[in-house]
Ligand binder design. Structure first.
Ligand code: PLP
Length: 381
């Protein structure tokens, strides 16, 4: 048998594919404005870097207990209590190398061959890949016609879920939309989850990055504590993408199962990184506020630049992305935009929603303006 036929194949991440294309153009000397990246353009706060270095100097370089060091699990539990999730204690937490690993372990623990998972489109690219890797099947509910709000899509969601649905993934504020779901929408999710006995992943990785709407943690709603898996991490709020630190908070039965998978696959998150994580959770309020303020200004700036060119976008209330309506063939639009204007964006179809391009405004106002001017000049707006 051909070796290529032996390996299981997973689609590459569309965001990475575009970033790679941008890197190739840059290697050829092009000045690419990269609005495709999913990471803050701010450095990790200095005190967090120092805490990491101090932990290395203190010899925190060996394995830790698999689910994480007690200091960090305590600090995470305290943070979750602050979000109203007061039923989690340190035994409900697994510290992982990134929220991505947290999601992977959760989905692997919950989903067996053929189990149905419902996604709210547009949905972050890796959910689909993770569900497929676990053998699950996907059922997708599109929110695009409601400008990415969930409340008006609740009837569609009710039609999509059934007693056969094992898992629903909710991500608010969302990637790629920046949408923050209303309390009424989340209550609608709760009613359906309880009625059909569905487990819900609440991916809260952008929870700390919001402008004019505070997202409620799904697990705080009546009836949700026992069926919610809360995922969060340090990549976005504390500009720690490359440190790889995240966590699962969930009922102990899930922690027990995912913990076994975790110990067999990653052993533990990096020791000194976990120590830096304690500092990030406890002493970075000012740095986070400053970054969120900058993102909020850039969001308004970009919306104005697009409006001046007659492009209306559904206004995001959090994260640092917006979905801009483009041609039906969004793939061709994004490829053209990078080739002709040297502006990198991600096609909406990668998130299940064609006809849009995701723009990340984790970039300076000057570069954002430069990108919009180039796209305009090349006829892409
Ligand atoms: N969830 C969402 C919605 C994301 O956008 C990302 C990263 O882009 C992640 C999870 C994973 O974050 P990390 O693994 O860097 O903690």
């Amino acid at each position: 048998m051909d070796f290529a036929d032996r390996v299981r194949r997973v689609e590459p991440s569309a965001t990475l594919a575009i970033s790679n294309l941008a890197s190739e153009l840059e290697a050829d000397g092009a000045d690419v404005v990269d609005l495709s990246v999913g990471e803050p353009d701010f450095p990790t706060p200095e005190n967090v870097v120092e805490a990491g270095k101090a932990a290395m100097d203190a010899g925190h370089t060996g394995y830790t207990s698999s689910n994480g060091i007690p200091e960090l699990k305590d600090a995470i539990a305290e943070k979750l209590h602050g979000d109203g999730l007061d039923f989690y204690d340190e035994d409900n937490v697994i510290v992982t190398p990134g929220a991505k690993q947290a999601l992977y372990e959760t989905i692997q623990s919950l989903i067996d061959d053929g189990d149905e998972v419902v996604l709210l489109d547009p949905a972050w690219v890796s959910y689909e890949a993770m569900v497929k890797m676990a053998g699950g099947s996907l059922n997708r509910v599109d929110t695009a016609e409601y400008d990415f709000a969930l409340e008006p899509a609740l009837d569609d969601l009710a039609d999509a879920v059934s007693d056969d649905t094992e898992l629903l993934v909710v991500n608010t504020p969302g990637n790629p939309t920046g949408a923050v779901y209303s309390d009424a929408a989340l209550e609608g999710v709760r009613d359906l989850a309880v009625e059909h006995d569905i487990t819900v992943i609440s991916d809260e990785i952008y929870k700390e990055i919001t402008y004019d709407a505070e997202p409620t943690s799904l697990g705080t709603l009546d009836g949700m504590a026992e069926r919610t898996v809360t995922i969060n991490g340090f990549s976005k709020a504390y500009s720690m993408t490359g440190w790889r630190l995240g966590y699962i908070a969930a009922p102990e039965e899930l922690i027990d199962q995912a913990g076994k998978l975790h110990s067999h696959s990653v052993s533990c998150a990096v020791n000194f990184v976990q120590h830096a994580g304690v500092e990030a959770l406890q002493n970075t309020d000012d740095a986070v506020d400053e970054m969120v303020e900058a993102f909020s200004e850039r969001r308004d700036f970009l919306i104005d630049l697009l409006a001046e060119r007659g492009v209306d976008v559904p206004e995001p209330s959090g994260a640092f992305y917006m979905m801009v309506p483009v041609d039906d063939d969004d793939q061709a639009w994004c490829e053209g935009a990078i080739e002709d204007a040297h502006v990198a964006t991600v096609p909406g179809s990668a998130f299940g929603t064609p006809g849009y391009a995701r723009i990340s405004y984790a970039n300076s106002k000057e570069r954002i303006e430069e990108a919009v001017e180039r796209l305009d000049a090349e006829g892409y707006l």
